[in-house]
Ligand binder design. Structure first.
Ligand code: ADP
Ligand code: ZN
Length: 303
């Protein structure tokens, strides 16, 4: 059984695994995200320590970003303009590749998560496009189209989309350092906390926060449905752990579309369209394994 390395490179921690798939993980480590030298150093050490017992055929990385995914660019595989101290222009992919000498697949954390959901969750295999949204410390979108993660000009940055913001109903100015009241500025975990002066975890289920949160998430999801015509929208991230929030989003999506799109997956079976992650909170790291399996196959394919 072939083994692959998977790295979910997050702004607070790196999760590293060695395995073959969701039910076959043989080693795992969590490494705090400090400086690039230290964090990437420990990451490399993890794989080297296990190399004898668990040799890997390829590594997949799903990284926080923005990242450079353009293979013809001199900064391919770099984290680019992040405000996270020390990490702007960090050559994550190159450092891993040079140390481990195996093919490396590199993508955004959310594209990796989307790929994981598509690749490992049997019912999602036939659902394309598939969108994966994380609503947590930030808001991010991963997109699978024709079975592959979407890159394009850079990569999707749907967390910064602009939404109608009625300041008489919601005077909060937003928390995005670049745009103020973009979607992430209005509806990320830190935005919730700033608006209500309390973390999402501690806000009671009947608090007005949840209706407003579902409203913003639904507006954005409706925009994404109009743009991508997805067959599945997976809603992940910490804020979506809030009990009942997904059902509120589903209802608000239906009301916003207002019967304009006549398909059972919207009008009747919307739980089929908008769903929690099939892999729980493991979509990212298991997606990284799936990216590794794919790049390993490509490297062995006849020309
Ligand atoms: P990250 O985005 O950093 O990977 P998470 O997806 O866990 O991490 O998101 C963290 C955010 O989610 C925090 O802002 C936290 O307050 C919020 N959060 C976590 N659990 C809940 C919950 N049950 N309800 C609402 N918000 C939550
Ligand atoms: Zn923004």
């Amino acid at each position: 059984m072939k083994l692959y390395g998977g790295i979910e490179a997050g702004g607070t921690k790196f999760i590293c695994v060695i395995g073959h798939g969701p039910d076959h993980i043989v080693a795992e480590a969590r490494i705090a995200t400090t400086t690039p030298a230290e964090t990437i150093g420990y990451t490399i050490e993890f794989f080297q320590r296990h190399a004898q017992e668990y040799p890997i055929s390829a590594v997949g990385i799903g990284s926080f970003g923005p990242v450079d995914l353009d293979r013809s660019s001199p900064t391919y595989g770099y984290i680019t303009t992040t405000p996270k101290p020390g990490w702007a222009q960090a050559n994550l992919c190159g450092a891993i590749q040079q140390a481990l000498h195996v093919p490396v697949a590199f993508d955004t954390d959310v594209n990796a998560a989307a790929f994981g959901e598509h690749y490992w969750v049997p019912e999602n295999r036939a659902l394309d496009p598939l969108l994966y949204l994380t609503i947590g410390t930030g808001i991010g979108l991963g997109v699978i189209v024709n079975g592959k993660p979407l890159h394009g000009l850079l990569h999707p940055e749907a967390g910064h989309m602009l939404l109608p913001h009625d300041r008489t109903l919601d005077p909060f100015v937003g928390s995005c350092p670049f745009h103020g009241d973009c979607w992430e500025g209005l509806a990320s975990g830190p935005a919730l906390e700033k608006r209500w002066q309390q973390r999402g975890e501690t806000l009671p289920p009947d608090h007005a926060a949840w209706q407003l949160e579902a409203h913003y998430v639904a507006l954005a999801v409706v925009n994404l449905i109009y743009c991508f015509s997805p067959q599945r929208v997976v809603l992940g991230g910490g804020v979506m752990q809030q009990p009942g929030i997904i059902d509120r989003v589903r209802g608000a999506v239906q009301r916003t579309i207002n019967n304009y799109l006549q398909t059972d997956r919207i009008t009747r079976d919307i739980q089929q369209l908008i769903a929690p992650p099939g892999l729980g909170n493991r979509s990212g790291v298991l997606g990284a394994i799936a990216l590794a399996a794919t790049v390993a196959r490509m490297n062995h394919a006849p020309e």
